[in-house]
Design a binder for this molecule. Structure first.
Ligand code: COA
Length: 260
């Protein structure tokens, strides 16, 4: 698939997917969402890709939300279908068995905030701004914002953003746990690449199982989550990567993981 709204490139096993509608602050229209879904799926299938970074083109926005121009004349059934389609793309990002880092380079509003939330970790520049301003438009978030935001930062902070439509700056996002790391704008690319590289140094199989255990476990009572963890621990113990990782430690050499 040739892309018009996303740019795709690789940097030492890290797949960079860049939202590319800077004149519209990378607003997520249908065409971009389809390309984003396709690009993420392709990254998931490619064994040479160890981790993914999502970012926005330009120095102003990660993404300023769903494309408001596409809301005009939207009926209830169409809007619901649009939300479900967007949720499916973001769910696929959240469920990718490889680490996905959002490099948030400016506004992450509405769907842009939801996209950052669907990623596994967030590195943000000091210029980043997060918010869910949909209620100001007479809407609510439709791509997971009412669910993932509260899970990540807690009910009170999530409702503050949802009910006021206000934005929070990068330092607040860091203090709330919405951001993992905050750096100067000029250092964002290197910082996101570094985090992705660090996740690429562990066993790809173990990374996939960690992502699975946390993702599934967050929706379960603790005792069931622990059952899931034990089952995945068992699967890891039967892997080549576990034999290699433990042997490498005992032989005092770096491991050579194969991902199985
Ligand atoms: N959908 C469609 N177009 C958008 C957009 C969105 N979510 N966000 C920005 N744009 C467009 C603007 O319409 C403008 O296009 P134009 O130059 O053709 O008129 C362009 O991007 C630049 O945006 P502009 O508003 O001029 O930039 P700004 O610096 O004055 O303001 C924001 C930046 C982010 C505060 C402002 O664009 C904004 O509030 N965007 C909408 C945020 C939102 O409500 N998102 C949730 C959507 S559900």
């Amino acid at each position: 698939m040739g892309y018009e709204n996303v740019l795709v490139g690789d940097d030492h096993g890290v797949r960079w997917v860049t939202l590319n509608r800077p004149a519209k602050l990378n607003a997520l229209n249908r065409a971009l969402m389809a390309e984003l879904g396709d690009a993420v799926a392709a990254a998931g299938r490619d064994d040479a890709v160890r981790a993914v970074v999502l970012t926005g083109q330009g120095d102003k926005a990660f993404a300023a939300g769903a494309d408001i121009a596409e809301f005009v004349g939207l009926g209830a059934a169409d809007a619901r279908a649009m939300a479900r389609a967007g949720q499916a793309v973001f769910d696929a990002i959240a469920a990718l068995p490889k680490p996905v880092v959002a490099a948030v380079n400016g506004f992450a509003l509405g769907g842009g905030c939801e996209l950052a939330l669907a990623c596994h970790m967030r590195v943000v520049s000091t210029t980043a701004r997060f918010g869910q301003p949909e209620a100001k438009l007479g809407l609510i978030p439709g791509y997971g914002g009412t669910q993932r935001l509260a899970r990540l930062v807690g009910q009170g902070r999530a409702l503050e953003l949802l009910l006021t439509g206000a934005t929070v700056d990068a330092a607040t996002a860091l203090a709330w746990g919405l951001a993992n790391r905050m750096v100067e704008p000029a250092e964002l690319r290197a910082a996101a690449q570094k985090l992705a590289d660090e996740t690429g140094a562990v066993s790809p199989l173990a990374a996939a199982r960690c992502l699975e255990a946390v993702r599934i476990g967050l929706d379960l009572p603790l005792q069931l989550g622990l059952e899931v963890e034990a089952a995945l621990f068992g699967l890891c113990a039967a892997s080549e990567d576990m034999r290699e990782g433990t042997a490498a430690f005992l032989e005092k050499r770096p491991p050579r993981f194969v991902g199985r």
